[in-house]
Design a protein around this ligand. Structure first.
Ligand SMILES: Cc1cc2nc3c(=O)[nH]c(=O)nc-3n(C[C@H](O)[C@H](O)[C@H](O)COP(=O)(O)OP(=O)(O)OC[C@H]3O[C@@H](n4cnc5c(N)ncnc54)[C@H](O)[C@@H]3O)c2cc1C
Length: 407
């Protein structure tokens, strides 16, 4: 038996012995038993004690010091019994990896451990009303005052800020420097005086995004990551992790399973579109001699399924090739393809479902149907979040293909 197979056996035994029944999806297809938030937190702590929430992080920061291959085994075994990793969040997928690269040991100890244990939830303070694609033009100001920075300004589209504890935030610390310089990357508690979080109500009646206002917020200077005015490098690196996460490249388990306090509701990671199979098309449209009558649609469905399969295989190969290195500008390619493919698949599913795709709630529409319709609408945001598709094309042209650019 290979070392990895022995490790798999150990993981399997440990999960069988330690994973409570209400943290697993039963294999017979029946619904998962109900669980209370404190039970989910307890499961998170049990996993963290074994180094399973962030397997590749160092043990010193509540990781497991496991290799990428071992981490994949842990994920596979958790998927096998239908359990979740409640720690999966912006903290584990985006902030944690950049702290590992750029933060001091003290900062890592203070912030990585609670992330690994699912105790602190983070939100991303990047976009501002005038700074989305042109992120480096951001205006939120931070001025040093002794042991603190005093922050004034506003962020927007901050996913789940109203359910988060802390923010990782881009601030301008030198307004006279060229726009990519003079930006710093700072962390602060959203309960600090002067922070106002206002959820933005969507047409659905839900709120997944917020506006966040800062009025003389005092953030401890020790929570500045990297050097003052050098935050752009960290900001860009975090975006690569974000794009990895959104494309599904990042691994670490689908975040939907790890949702806590609604944290991840707003950002479907890896939105590859509905599971659009020929079977659902047959169900909605009927068949002639066991086949769909509409030849064009048949062709579109086969093409969509082949595209998805090709994408999954390319991701697998890319992940295997990447070995120990983190994401690169190539994550823009995966993010672009994933979000555009997801939108194409959703459009196709709407076509297949016809009238049944018009339901939002109420009788006449199954939960699967309203879920597909909601996913179709949500999917539109996937080509905007983490940088729009046009911006990904710019990054690919410049950083992957090395084409000349104006700036
Ligand atoms: C689901 C979702 C979740 C989000 N969560 C967060 C979050 O948690 N934190 C956060 O900080 N932000 C978040 N955002 C905001 C997101 O990062 C921005 O919406 C995005 O960067 C685009 O910025 P903008 O909305 O200002 O559009 P703009 O930058 O104004 O762009 C408008 C249009 O112009 C195009 N465009 C702009 N510049 C160029 C260019 N140079 N070349 C070609 N085309 C261009 C864009 O592609 C787009 O089509 C989220 C957005 C969504 C949809």
């Amino acid at each position: 038996m290979s070392e990895l197979e022995t490790f798999r056996e150990e993981v399997r035994t440990w999960l069988d012995e330690n994973c409570p029944p209400n943290m697993r999806t039963p294999k017979d297809g029946s619904a998962r038993l109900p669980s209370k938030p404190e039970e989910v937190s307890a499961w998170c702590r049990t996993l963290a004690d074994r180094g399973f929430t962030v397997p590749t992080w160092p043990k010193a920061y509540s990781g497991g010091d496991y290799s990428k291959e071992q981490a994949a085994v842990i994920q596979e075994e958790m998927t096998r019994i239908g359990t979740m990793n409640p720690a999966v969040s912006f903290g584990t997928m985006m902030l944690g990896p950049v702290l590992l690269e750029f933060a001091s040991h003290e900062q890592k100890l203070e912030h990585l451990v609670p992330i690994a244990r699912g105790e602190i939830r983070w939100c991303q303070g990047y976009s501002e009303p005038g700074s989305g694609s042109d992120l480096a033009s951001l205006q939120t100001r931070a001025v040093r005052d002794g042991d603190h920075f005093i922050i004034n300004g506003q962020k927007i589209w901050t996913t789940m800020a109203h359910l988060s504890d802390w923010m990782f935030c881009l601030v301008r610390t030198d307004p006279d420097a060229a726009k990519h310089h003079g930006i710093s990357f700072i962390l602060f508690d959203l309960k600090s005086d002067g922070v106002t979080v206002k959820p933005i109500k969507l047409i659905s009646g839900q709120s997944q995004f917020c506006e966040v206002f800062f009025e003389d917020v005092r953030a401890l200077a020790k929570n500045l990551v990297g050097k003052q005015n050098d935050g752009w490098t960290i900001a860009k690196r975090l975006l690569q992790y974000e794009r990895n996460m959104l494309s599904g490249l990042g691994g670490g388990g689908r975040r939907r399973g790890g949702r806590r306090r609604g944290q991840s509701e707003g950002r479907q990671r890896g939105n590859s579109g509905p599971s659009m199979t020929a079977e659902s098309a047959r169900r909605y449209l009927g068949t002639v001699d066991g086949k769909l009558g509409d030849l064009t649609l048949r062709d579109e469905i086969v093409q969509a399924d082949l595209d998805q399969l090709g994408f999954q295989l390319t991701m697998k190969r890319s992940n295997e090739e990447a070995k120990t290195s983190g994401p690169s500008a190539a994550s823009s390619m995966f993010k672009l393809y994933m979000s555009e493919m997801g939108k194409r698949r959703s459009e196709l599913m709407m076509k297949v479902m016809g009238y049944q795709s018009l339901g939002w709630e109420g009788p006449g529409f199954s939960q699967e149907e309203t879920g597909t319709t909601r996913g179709w609408l949500r999917g539109k945001g996937s080509s905007i979040e983490g940088g729009t598709s046009e911006i990904q094309k710019n990054v690919i042209a410049k950083r992957v293909l090395g084409l000349p650019s104006g700036d």
